[in-house]
Design a protein around this ligand. Structure first.
Ligand code: ZN
Ligand code: ZN
Ligand code: ZN
Length: 503
């Protein structure tokens, strides 16, 4: 009995029969004679796998093997087909596959004999999975292969367990890989793909397990599996795709979606079905900028609503029009200013003024030396109306600079400028300063924006220096390396402690 269309092209070429359905004239054997004519094996298989509502008697869920006068597939009753097309065992309309039983019943019987499921739940499930296949005949064909039989027998005798490592230990065969793929497809073995995909799957399993087991977990699981996992697997088929990037973005979106739902439950006592645009707007208007990653989730939730007005939207957060440094980058630049001894003190002080107080370059170059003052409570720098405290850890550097501004030894002597230019009486040009700051890795505009932002969030000069975690010992080491004798350093400190007021 033909299961699948018989190997096309082989037997066909020698036949000389004509099928009245497909009109091929080289058919080897006519399978049945039905009211509309002679039917070849291929057309018979197609006919017995066609199901739907019969156009003539309007009965739903019927096998539609026949052809009505308009050439439309109809049920065997309306078509007048007398071939037995009902399974003697389960009573379903199906091709009789063996001894009056349909393919599904035959496979169930054979698999039960091979797998010996008895009280083993996962083996019962395996049988169900295999018999529910769209084309049970293909499973039948598979089972008849010697290798597959061997595998199924090994499972039945409990010599092979349904685990990846057990399958890994088998000699490689198409039959084993086919069975493994089937098991994975039906969730009886975890998915395994390229390593980033496998890692992503492990991450996802842990992530889901950590989400409260209520509607939140189900909701996130749907998004994670239907949207992301499918997408990740699809992308994995393209070797040019950087899967790390893809899975990183997926993790971020899943994490943020879960946070949104937990916020919704905590703040509004609602679950995902109660999520409104007002909630989304409220959520995005507050909190960390990572909240913007809910965008795809929110859109995915309602993308199939027919009216665009009923779909949820999470607008892209306004991209900052000015480039920003992260706080870590800003701290690193401050560190450069303090530690890069090979760069002149003048430039490092200018960099610090920019990085700590966001003073613009065109104003930095116009600072006069008397803007730096030492007083009973420490050093101050007057940039605006009020003097600001210079963090103690950097007063040494500032003081050394105030004593000997660069260029002073050349032409521009006795200058009142904190940052003298090369021309007598002139201060440094802001463009020159901007260019020179690049030596310290400082992009003036970005650095200033970042500083302004941090100042808004109360990361002032002192707390930023505190973040650097310098101990007094380390500052001394820096002083020593720059050639300032410890005695000078101490005496400077001493002078500072003893003598308030100007030096
Ligand atoms: Zn045909
Ligand atoms: Zn009918
Ligand atoms: Zn049956």
């Amino acid at each position: 009995m033909a299961l699948e269309p018989p190997a096309r092209g082989r037997a066909r070429s020698v036949g000389n029969h004509t099928c009245d359905r497909c009109h091929r004239t080289d058919v080897t054997r006519i399978r049945v004679h039905w009211p509309d004519g002679r039917i070849c094996g291929v057309c018979f298989t197609t006919a017995t796998h066609t199901f739907g509502t019969c156009p003539d008697c309007l009965e739903p869920d019927r096998m539609l093997p026949g052809r009505n006068t308009q050439g439309k597939p109809n049920c065997r009753h309306c078509a007048g087909i007398t071939t037995q097309l009902v399974c003697a065992r389960c009573g379903r309309e199906a091709e009789r596959f063996r001894a009056g039983s349909c393919a599904r019943c035959v496979i169930t019987e054979d698999l039960t004999a091979l797998l010996q499921p008895r009280d083993n739940i996962s083996l019962h499930r395996l049988i169900r999975v295999l018999t529910d296949a769209d084309r049970p005949e293909s499973i039948y064909t598979y089972m008849r292969g010697a290798k597959a039989r061997e595998l199924l027998t090994a499972i039945g005798e409990r010599r092979l367990t349904l685990r990846h490592d057990a399958f890994d230990a088998l000699p490689r065969s198409t039959a084993a890989e086919h069975l493994r793929a089937l098991l994975m497809h039906h969730g009886m073995l975890p998915q395994r793909g390229p390593e980033p995909v496998a890692r992503f799957e492990r991450w996802l399993a842990q992530k889901l397990a950590a989400i409260p087991d209520d509607s939140t977990r189900t909701a996130i699981e749907r998004f994670a599996t239907w949207h992301h996992l499918n997408r990740v697997r699809k992308r994995a088929e393209d070797p040019a795709v950087n899967l790390e990037t893809v899975t990183h973005a997926a993790k971020q979106e899943i994490t943020e979606a879960a946070k949104l739902l937990s916020w919704l439950a905590d703040t509004h006592g609602a679950d995902v079905s109660g999520l409104t645009q007002a909630h989304v707007d409220d959520y995005l208007s507050d909190g960390p900028s990572t909240r913007k990653h809910i965008r795809n989730y929110v859109r995915w939730l309602t993308h199939d609503r027919p009216s665009p007005r009923r779909r949820l939207e999470a607008p892209h957060r306004e991209a900052k029009s000015v480039p920003m440094l992260t706080q870590t980058q800003r701290i690193d630049l401050v560190r450069n200013c303090l530690e890069w001894e090979r760069v002149g003190v003048s430039l490092r002080v200018a960099g610090l003024i920019l990085l700590l107080w966001a003073h613009p370059l065109n104003k930095i170059v116009m600072l006069r030396r008397d803007r730096l003052q030492r007083g009973p409570t420490g050093m101050t720098i007057t940039l605006g109306a009020q003097p600001a405290a210079v963090p103690e850890a950097i007063t040494d550097l500032f003081w050394r600079h105030a004593q000997r501004p660069s260029n002073q030894q050349t032409t521009n002597t006795a200058t009142e400028w904190l940052f003298p230019g090369t021309r007598a009486g002139a201060h440094l040009h802001p463009g020159t300063l901007s260019t020179r700051l690049k030596v310290l890795g400082i992009d003036a505009q970005r650095a200033r924006n970042a500083t302004l932002r941090d100042l808004v969030h109360d990361v002032d000069a002192r707390s930023l220096i505190d973040l650097l975690g310098y101990s007094p010992g380390i500052i001394s080491q820096h002083a020593a390396r720059t050639g300032v004798h410890m005695s000078d350093y101490i005496s400077l400190k001493g002078a500072h402690e003893r003598a308030p007021g100007n030096d």
